[in-house]
Ligand binder design. Structure first.
Ligand SMILES: [Zn+2]
Length: 304
């Protein structure tokens, strides 16, 4: 599932091509995608100008004229894909997709990988199609049908992400705040991190990576962490997410940015998806177990 780094990469890849674009029409296929009836959704969006593209947690947020907002959540397999007008080429990849984008010692990204056909966009899995003035199209494609779209008016109705915890890379995500979210909780610390009310945008991959970096066992009761551990965990979450954003997210199978580019961060994962491989810190084989019903990767020796 796309997490903060992947959604942020989609945002960065699409923002330059969508800013200022006008939505001529929207085709809604399937009633499951939109929060409101498809005809209402379509009527609200037709003719709107896209003023900007933001993100809150794992939600992509379009700022449209008239204070209208559109949020998309990719959930498991959702993709948002821009198709340029016929005869025009895609702009070059955006963001850190250049050698040296990661700091020294973090290795190099596989760059320039641009498949002939980005991926199979089957029409039956394209649930939303935004037709833009000038001929470009924005497609919301989702094999598993969990992705959702919402519209609302800023300042008038509640956004779908009301109640989310702080942005992990923002200033509100302090050690104090994280400490208060963990205090007194008997649930495993990983489960509390996956709860989007604790911190927005962390999912299974980056929870495992952050807990490894902090040296904290994922099944520790959240309330058992001392102040030093809470500080270490907060720093680890921020570090892991910042690196992953720079690496343009993690692609195992489905995830691509808005221009069809895969992420480059999979090669930099330390524990996630590496069961049986040596821990980069102590050499002990990485274990895979279940915590909070989720496949969980950890070093049994250096995470306590
Ligand atoms: Zn280890």
């Amino acid at each position: 599932m796309p997490e903060l780094p992947e959604v942020e990469t989609v945002r960065r890849s699409l923002a330059p091509v969508l800013a200022g674009a006008r939505i001529e029409d929207v085709a809604v296929r399937g009633r499951h995608v939109t929060d409101e009836p498809p005809e209402v959704f379509r009527a609200r969006l037709r003719g709107r100008r896209i003023e900007g593209l933001g993100r809150r947690g794992k939600f992509l947020v379009f700022r449209l004229d008239g204070r209208l907002r559109l949020a998309l959540h990719l959930r498991m397999t959702g993709r948002l894909v821009y198709e340029p007008p016929e005869g025009e080429r895609l702009p070059p990849p955006v963001g850190g997709a250049t050698p040296g984008a990661l700091s020294a010692g973090e290795g190099r990204l596989a760059v320039g990988w641009r498949p002939e056909a980005p991926f199979d966009l089957r029409p039956e899995h394209t649930h939303l199609e935004f037709r833009l003035a000038g001929g470009g199209r924005l497609l919301f494609h989702d094999m598993r049908k969990f992705g959702r779209a919402w519209t609302w008016v800023a300042g008038r109705t509640r956004p779908p992400y009301a109640g989310l915890g702080p942005e992990p890379l923002g200033r509100a995500f302090t050690a104090d705040r994280l400490g208060r979210s963990l205090a007194g909780r008997r649930a495993p610390v990983k489960a509390v991190l996956l709860d989007q009310r604790t911190v927005a945008g962390v999912g299974n991959i980056y929870a495992d990576e952050a807990l490894w970096l902090a040296g904290i066992h994922p099944s520790r009761p959240a309330g058992s962490l001392g102040p030093d551990e809470v500080r270490r965990l907060r720093r680890a979450i921020r570090l892991v997410l910042r690196r992953a954003v720079r690496g343009r997210g993690t692609t195992f199978r489905d995830y691509r940015d808005g221009l069809g580019e895969p992420g480059g961060f999979a090669a930099h994962l330390r524990v996630y998806g590496r069961a049986g491989s040596p821990c980069p810190r102590c050499g002990t084989p990485i274990a895979k177990t279940k915590v909070a019903q989720r496949g969980t990767h950890l070093c049994p020796r250096c995470q306590r």
